[in-house]
Design a protein around this ligand. Structure first.
Ligand code: NDP
Length: 320
């Protein structure tokens, strides 16, 4: 009897996992299992193995990670766990991909883990990943991700016919079901929450830093389409950057969000007691466009409008 291929999505309750869930109606020939930390603590080898035993996946989309924005990444208390938890999670998942002989696995890197000062200039491409130290605000998370790339590359080299691992490497991701925590979130969800509170209390909308840092952003639903395509429609291996080419200043992002909440420009203020992190770190998605030439990205203005609306409609239940 025909058995539909099973796709295990770790980190299935998060921002990107939720976006993958919204893609599932287009892939009814596949059976998706979305796992959160409630299903298995992936820092534990035994719980990771038990999850794989239960699901017995053909494919894996590995998203689970201890994640945070620039301020959490550099928080003294979190720096060690950013390294050790992420190394443990990634090592356990990859070990099970090997043991359970999965056909293919997507592992999630991040352009945040690229070197602070790239020796061969901007934009980064996939070859720059290990060419220099990451930004100090990001060290633990970055080295854990870099080790995952190395681990999977060595396994790909050991078993080249399997073409088992591809490391999707997104720039900043945003969309619905994000983490809107005021301290531990990424820039867009954090700003959406601050703007919401500023609007409610009729107070200033405070942006941390000078607003001059430049970033690229990818809408979570665009990334989800790329991930599934890379997994089941291609046989590519190694890192693949997903990053729309435009860079936007944090000030511009703040203004877009303020506009959605009808907060006037005079109410946007900058708290320069906070740093900006890396000034810019543009990455090139040329490899992705060679692999999937049909790729398109949602315009930032459209994605932000959708994300703000989602947060307003789901304020009570949103992660914050
Ligand atoms: P979220 O913070 O939204 O979700 C994290 C997910 O990981 C949750 O499902 C969480 O489960 C799960 N998780 C965390 N710790 C454990 C654990 N010990 N055991 C099992 N599951 C765990 O993350 P995102 O969706 O934003 O990120 C997904 C991936 O994408 C990560 O690998 C991240 O590094 C990468 N990435 C994210 C970017 C971004 O801007 N968001 C940018 C580039 C890369 P639970 O809900 O139960 O806590």
């Amino acid at each position: 009897m025909y058995q539909p291929p099973t796709i295990l999505v770790t980190g299935g309750s998060g921002l990107i996992g939720s976006a993958i869930k919204r893609q599932t109606p287009h892939y009814q020939q596949c059976f998706f299992v979305f796992a959160s930390s409630k299903d298995a603590d992936l820092t534990s080898p035994a719980e990771t193995k038990a999850l794989f035993q239960k699901v017995n996946p053909n494919y894996v989309i590995h998203l689970a990670a201890r994640v945070g924005g620039v301020y959490r990444n550099s928080n003294e208390k979190d720096r060690v766990k950013m390294l050790t938890d992420n190394i443990a999670i990634n090592t356990n998942v990859i070990a099970c991909c090997e043991e359970f002989n999965v056909t293919r696995a997507i592992l999630c890197l991040s352009t945040c883990v690229f070197p602070d000062i790239p020796p061969s200039g901007y934009p980064f491409d996939e070859t720059a990943l290990h060419q220099g130290a990451p930004h100090p605000s990001n060290e633990g998370y970055a080295h854990a991700k870099r080790l995952m790339e190395l681990h999977s590359r060595l396994l790909n080299d050991e078993n080249p016919n399997a073409k088992r691992y591809v490391c999707v490497t997104p720039t900043n991701v945003y969309g619905s079901h994000d983490n809107y925590h005021l301290e531990n979130s990424h820039v867009i969800p954090g700003l959406i929450h601050r703007a919401y509170l500023a609007k409610m209390s009729n107070s200033n909308f405070v942006l941390r830093g000078t607003g001059s840092a430049l970033r690229q952003f990818v809408f979570s639903d665009d990334l989800a389409r790329v991930i599934i395509n890379l997994l089941i429609k291609t046989a590519v291996t190694g890192p693949v950057i997903v990053a729309p080419q435009n860079e936007y200043s944090i000030r511009y992002i703040g203004e877009l969000i303020a506009d959605r909440f009808e907060i006037s420009r005079e109410r946007i203020v900058f708290d320069t007691n906070f740093g900006d992190g890396q000034k810019r770190k543009p990455a090139s998605d040329q490899r992705l466009r060679n692999i999937l030439p049909e790729i398109t990205y949602t315009p930032l203005e459209v994605g932000i409008a959708y994300s703000v609306k989602w947060f307003q409609n789901n304020y009570d239940t949103a992660r914050k």
